[in-house]
Design a protein around this ligand. Structure first.
Ligand SMILES: [Zn+2]
Length: 298
């Protein structure tokens, strides 16, 4: 049998070779209907206006995996503009994480955010979100945030689960690293998008966590830094430690009730301020921005 890392590479390669699906408005429409009926804070119409790309892969229950690439001033952005990958809903019962990412989708075209390239995945675990009741784990009962291909997975993930969590079914890492389609797809986004920063939104621990080498954020709105450490197979471990791509984990205070709009806004503004300090906006190629490049008359 192939070692797990080789299996993951093969899977990643097959995904990479697969054509990118064109958004099917019918499919997206019913996906948005499901989303709108599940979340108080996001309407089906607000979902439908997003220009989502649909992955070729389907989840175990046949749900869509969708993402949206946003570069507001694409023609003005320099090629080395920093890239931000946002992930919501990796745990399906953390409804506010999905609503928060949709809120951000409505703010990304505003000042402070337009200098970055964004890839936004609002619902990383649709099977968990759309289950009744929603579940943290996916349809196979696996915690996607313990299933990433981290170097310590083979040695530690299952023993950590059995010994430290008492085989808590909410934290099942799966039988093998990246055994789940959602995990493989998320890893593929990290591999292909090459983000400079990953922001993963969760609830309800009411804190800010960080894995990376840049100066740590200390406060986003009411959320204060409280570093929890990393787990075998977690996104913080996979991206922040293994791939050396910083990961900010936002833990909202409640999984079903959104923070006030002013608290959401304060969190967003502080996050952008941290990004501008630590992921400086790249200068455009000379002559393309802020300089009159009209041809000089003969
Ligand atoms: Zn979570």
């Amino acid at each position: 049998m192939q070692p797990c890392w080789a299996r993951c590479l093969l899977i990643a390669a097959s995904i990479a070779l697969a054509p990118v699906a064109v958004a099917d408005t019918g499919l997206i429409g019913s996906w948005c209907d499901q989303l709108g009926s599940r979340l108080h804070s996001v309407s089906a119409d607000a979902c439908r206006v997003q220009d989502f790309t649909v992955a070729n892969e389907r989840t175990t229950r046949g749900n869509l995996l969708v993402m949206r690439d946003i570069a507001v001033d694409d023609d003005k952005l320099p090629p080395d503009a920093k890239r931000i990958l946002v992930i919501g809903g990796i745990h399906g019962d953390e409804l506010t994480s999905v609503s928060t990412v949709f809120r951000w989708l409505s703010w990304i075209d505003q000042s402070g955010a337009v200098d970055y390239r964004w890839r936004v995945i609002p619902v990383a675990n649709p099977d968990g979100l759309f289950a009744r009741p929603p579940t943290r784990v996916n349809a196979n009962g696996v915690d996607i945030n313990r299933n990433f291909q981290t170097p310590d997975w083979e040695r530690d993930a299952r023993s950590y689960w059995t010994q430290r969590t008492g085989s808590d079914p909410r934290r099942n890492p799966g039988k093998q690293a990246c055994s789940e389609v959602e995990t493989r797809w998320l890893q593929q986004q990290v591999e292909m998008f090459h983000p400079d920063l990953v922001i993963s939104v969760h609830a309800p621990y009411n804190l800010l966590d960080y894995d990376g080498s840049m100066p740590e954020p200390t406060r986003f709105g009411r959320l204060l830094l409280n570093r929890l450490g990393v787990y075998p197979g977690s996104m913080g471990n996979y991206s922040g430690l293994y791939k050396q791509i910083p990961v900010i984990t936002i833990e909202l205070p409640n999984a079903t009730n959104m923070p006030s709009l002013s608290d959401q806004r304060a969190m967003w503004e502080d996050m952008l301020q941290w990004m501008r300090r630590n992921l400086p906006v790249a200068l455009p190629p000379s002559g393309l921005k802020g300089i009159d490049v009209s041809p000089v008359p003969d």
